[in-house]
Design a protein around this ligand. Structure first.
Ligand code: BGC
Length: 580
């Protein structure tokens, strides 16, 4: 429940507090969980082919258990031609040989269970691969057939159907329609693909598509997964008549287009799909969850997705895009908690994933990163790596103090930067090819992880070169080196996660500490823990209170009395009569 009022501050705080969110002890492991995203291609390569695999994940799961995360979300490992790094699925119920076999999956599941980790898999229901048997059948069948009706085929415009059916653009650049050659060799209909031309969109007006995905859900639930991250969950249903749309196909507010106006996003019929899926999950008990990758604005509209009978969680992209501006951060956090409290759902928080420039790189610029979202290359202004890493530590520490769930992206616990020096011929994101290199794409955040400094490829794999080159700094940032250094980024993450659990911050409350919220700092109280981030250029006097943890590990050890620029501290404010 949220209470929007100004309270009297507890003894150790002089000024007023504005309570936004009350503590939440509703049942549900996910409500306060820390979920770690594994990007299988780049996690750990055990078979030496240069690409990560499921056996590699299984081998390193103990490291994630040691980090003390609750669950692991795996990006797709299904059969796929890999035109969009596995988000182009040709068989939803099998493992791509690149990553292993179904038995490897079962071994990974068993190891996760042994370690007390839950596994969440990625579901890609908006589109499949053009190599999927259903799409191949559609190509072989005539216009108007049930096979074609699994997808969105339309006749073209113009005298001989030579123009696409409407003006929609692909998220990856270029038109969202591709014309096929009919089985008799004549130029034929067009099919819709909001992403790459190798990713045809399903027709969610067709009951057979619903039935197929219900089968897929049960297949993975039967194998023991704790739930699904639902890819582009806002896009499955298109507005009747496929009306023209002037914006970019991502309809993404960060690109200036409010999602709710786009005819390919946020359509009302989506909600019934997710209600049906929730009923299926409920057959497996109360612990299986759905998390929406739903880029929907504004936040109250996003809250509609996590009403009690729909999804359990949705990614909080407004938070990811809030940067380090205290006013913007405060308003996103307040709006998120207020909107989600209204439907009884927890918020989630995230700073990095496989689609955006890593936050250690984004924050290495004074001002916005160049071409944020489109990748950074050698010809762009370069980030200050050290500055980025220390601000990233502070931003993560601020985020992990917030009540709700948190998503971490593999390698952020090592403070990894993006790979910037990637030769063009190595770039694999379809965005790069479809825009003629104008947008570099997302390869930079997908560079394979460094595990052991002394091993080939910093321990990613002992065989072929990694599918993307690792920056030189990866060796010094390898996990084993950091594990041995008390002041490392990794050890800070371990301590943050340990304390977050001990202090039950995920289940806690949030009240803004008004006197510490300025143009250059942001602070809140969660239970008896004050979280303060210095977002300005000058140091701040550390307020009274017992320092629990600070993001600058050297300051931690020196006992410095000032909070430096770009630093976060967790302070125990008072211990008696604490009210949440
Ligand atoms: C995934 C991307 C993918 C796209 C198409 C996104 O939301 O996170 O990596 O390219 O969906 O499936």
């Amino acid at each position: 429940m949220s209470v929007d009022s100004v309270l009297t501050a507890p003894a150790a705080l002089a000024g007023p507090l504005t309570l936004v969110h009350a503590a939440d002890d509703a049942p549900g492991w996910w409500r306060s969980a820390v979920i770690y995203q594994v990007y299988p291609r780049s996690f750990r390569d055990l078979n030496g082919d240069g690409v990560g695999d499921l056996a590699g994940i299984t081998a390193e799961l103990p490291q994630l258990a040691e980090l003390d995360v609750d669950a692991v979300w795996l990006s797709p490992f299904y059969r796929s031609p890999q035109r969009d790094a596995g988000y182009d699925v040709s068989d939803y119920c099998d493992v791509d040989p690149l990553f292993g076999t179904l038995s490897d999956f079962d071994a990974m599941m068993a190891e996760a269970t042994r370690l007390g980790l839950r596994l969440i898999v990625d579901l890609v229901p908006n589109h499949c691969s053009d190599q999927h048997t259903a799409f191949q059948a559609a190509l072989a069948a005539p216009a108007g057939s049930p096979e074609r009706d699994m997808f969105i085929f339309r006749d073209g415009r113009g005298d001989s159907g030579e123009l696409p059916p409407n003006n929609w653009q692909s998220h990856f650049g270029g038109p969202a329609w591709t014309r096929i050659t009919e089985p008799d060799g004549t130029p034929g209909q067009w099919y819709l693909h909001l992403f790459d031309s190798s990713q045809p969109d399903f027709n969610w007006d067709n009951d057979a598509v619903h039935a197929e995905f219900e089968r897929v859900l049960r297949f993975w639930l039967d194998r023991g997964v704790s739930g699904f991250r639902v890819d582009v969950a806002h896009a499955l249903v298109k507005a009747p008549g496929l009306p023209e749309w002037g914006g970019r196909a991502d309809g993404n507010s960060s690109h200036g287009f409010p999602g709710h106006e786009a005819p390919m996003f946020g359509q009302p019929a989506l909600h019934d799909i997710y209600r049906a899926w929730r009923r299926i999950l409920a057959e497996y008990g109360p612990d299986r969850i759905l998390c929406a990758e739903a880029n929907v604005d504004p936040l109250p509209r996003l809250a509609d997705w996590v009403r009690p009978d729909e999804m359990h969680q949705a990614f909080n992209f407004p938070y990811l895009h809030a940067g380090l501006d205290p006013h913007r951060m405060r308003s996103v956090i307040t709006d998120s908690l207020t909107a989600l409290d209204a439907v009884g759902a927890p918020s989630t928080w995230v700073l990095s994933n496989h689609d955006v420039v890593r936050h250690a790189t984004r924050f290495g610029y004074n001002g916005p990163a160049p071409r944020d979202g489109d990748g950074i290359g050698p010809a762009d202004a370069q980030p200050d790596e050290e500055l980025g890493r220390s601000r990233a530590a502070a931003a993560s520490m601020f985020m992990l103090g917030l009540p709700g769930g948190a998503y971490l992206y593999q390698g952020e616990e090592l403070g990894l930067p993006d790979g910037i020096d990637i030769p063009d011929h190595k770039r694999q994101d379809p965005t790069f090819g479809r825009t003629g290199g104008e947008r570099l794409g997302r390869d930079g955040c997908r560079v394979p992880l460094p595990w052991r400094a002394a091993e080939p490829h910093a321990g990613f794999g002992a065989g072929a070169d990694p599918w993307l080159p690792q920056p030189a700094s990866f060796t010094a940032l390898a996990r084993d080196t950091q594990a041995a250094s008390p002041s490392s980024h990794l050890n800070l993450y371990r301590r943050m996660l340990e304390l977050r659990r001990e202090l039950r911050l995920g289940q806690g409350s949030l009240a803004w500490i008004e006197d510490w919220c300025t143009d250059s700092s942001l602070a809140f109280l969660n239970g008896s823990t004050a979280v303060l981030m210095n977002l300005g250029g000058d140091p701040l006097e550390l307020p009274a209170g017992q320092v629990l943890l600070r993001s600058s590990t050297s300051a931690q050890h020196d006992g410095a009395h000032q909070l430096s620029s770009g630093e976060t501290v967790w302070l125990e404010i008072y211990t008696e009569d604490t009210e949440n």
